[in-house]
Write a protein that binds this ligand. Structure first.
Ligand code: SF4
Length: 372
């Protein structure tokens, strides 16, 4: 079934490390955006089953609940959205309250992903986040009070000046809140991110690589001990609570993206919408094409992408499924290049299945490069 992704490109402030497609909230532009995205979805309508809707951003929780409801309704009118759909909304702690969250639930959202990032005030300030630790905890409590029983938290590790034990404090604080799902990301300091200059000015540094590896491995061990099973390089979940939408990205699925800069993948064709929100609204209003960067993947590229993304999953690559779908024996084609990774303990081969070990996940890009 299709996944439907809706990109909401507005934020209350721009974080110093952010590399996403977003801009500062502007009420008039937001109104134009909502009209445009509803129109874009209506134009894409087809009698095709979809089972996930994902509001990502930016900060989707800056939209009003009625606006989220309109967009969900547009998805329901345009596609055959299954009754047991997963509808996720990313939210930042400072933009929610119990009343707003209850209204988002009534609008159809049944899974919330809260951008906590850290449970330490000093780390949140270094990242220029708008919320405090208390606000993050309050947002989780408000989500529960509003009836959300499927909650994910985002945390970031390898932050400037962060030690392994400080990172693990955040992991323990997250576990104490008993979310159904957690996503853990390593901070990547982009060359043109304001954070890079701030780090140089304040003489902040990131811990050595060995500490970064320890952060990752120890966090995963603690989370698993707490009943949150790792299923992907960066994601853990309680049984039955894996992100159905994100799994489409890693299991060779199809999805349609709506909104500025949204990516789509359908039947081996990939494309991206124009990134600028103003241009997106203008193009929708005059019926112009939104797609830029259209790529029709060759069969080899499709295979490479399917293998590359499957390796992100703890279950790894199912060689039998690849044989059925692509007519390729993975081991026969790539075995010679993969063998060294098995020898050093990064990769595991179990029958037709190939998967990264936890140590291998730290070197995932090197193993994946075999396929692309
Ligand atoms: S809230 Fe998220 S999308 Fe918005 S600026 Fe911060 S990191 Fe970027």
């Amino acid at each position: 079934m299709l996944g439907l992704y809706v990109h909401v490109p507005f934020c209350s402030a721009i974080c110093n490390y952010c590399n996403f497609n977003r801009g500062l909230f502007d009420g008039d532009l937001k109104n134009g955006y909502v009209e445009a995205v509803v129109t874009e979805i209506a134009r894409a309508a087809e009698p095709q089953a979809a089972d996930t809707i994902y509001f990502g951003g930016g900060t989707p929780s800056l939209l009003e609940p009625e606006e989220i409801a309109r967009i969900v309704e547009a998805c329901e009118s345009g596609f055959d959205v299954s009754p047991d759909r997963e509808v996720t909304m990313e939210a930042n702690p400072e933009s929610v309250s119990e009343a707003r969250l209850a209204a988002f639930r009534r609008a159809g959202v049944n899974r919330l992903s809260i951008g906590v990032q850290s449970f330490r005030g000093d780390e949140l300030r270094r990242l220029s986040r708008l919320h405090t630790v208390d606000r993050a905890r309050a947002a989780v409590a408000e989500a529960r009070a509003a009836g959300f029983d499927n909650l994910s938290l985002d945390l970031m590790m390898w932050l400037p000046e962060q030690s392994v034990s400080e990172w693990l404090q955040s992991v323990d604080a997250a576990i104490a809140l008993a979310p159904e799902h957690l996503s853990l990301y390593m901070l990547e300091v982009y060359p043109n991110a304001p954070l890079k200059d701030e780090m140089a000015r304040a003489r902040w540094s990131q811990a050595p690589d060995d500490d970064a590896a320890a952060m990752y491995v120890e966090a995963m061990e603690r989370l698993e001990a707490a009943g949150l099973e790792q299923y992907e390089i960066s994601n853990v979940a309680r049984p039955g609570r894996r992100s159905r939408h994100n799994l489409k990205y890693w299991t060779d699925g199809d999805w349609l993206g709506f909104g500025p800069g949204a990516h789509s993948t359908r039947g081996g064709v990939r494309w991206k919408n124009t990134s600028s929100t103003e241009e997106y609204v203008d193009r929708v209003s005059c019926g112009a094409s939104l797609a830029v960067d259209v790529h029709r993947l060759t069969p080899d590229q499709r295979l490479g992408d399917a293998l590359f993304t499957a390796l992100r999953l703890v279950d790894g690559i199912d060689g039998n499924a690849i044989q059925t779908r692509y007519g390729i024996d993975v081991w026969r084609r790539y075995g010679a290049d993969l063998e060294p990774f098995i020898e050093v303990g990064c990769l595991r081969r179990d029958g037709a299945r190939l998967s990264l070990t936890r140590q291998g996940m730290l070197l995932a890009h090197e193993v994946m490069s075999v396929f692309v």
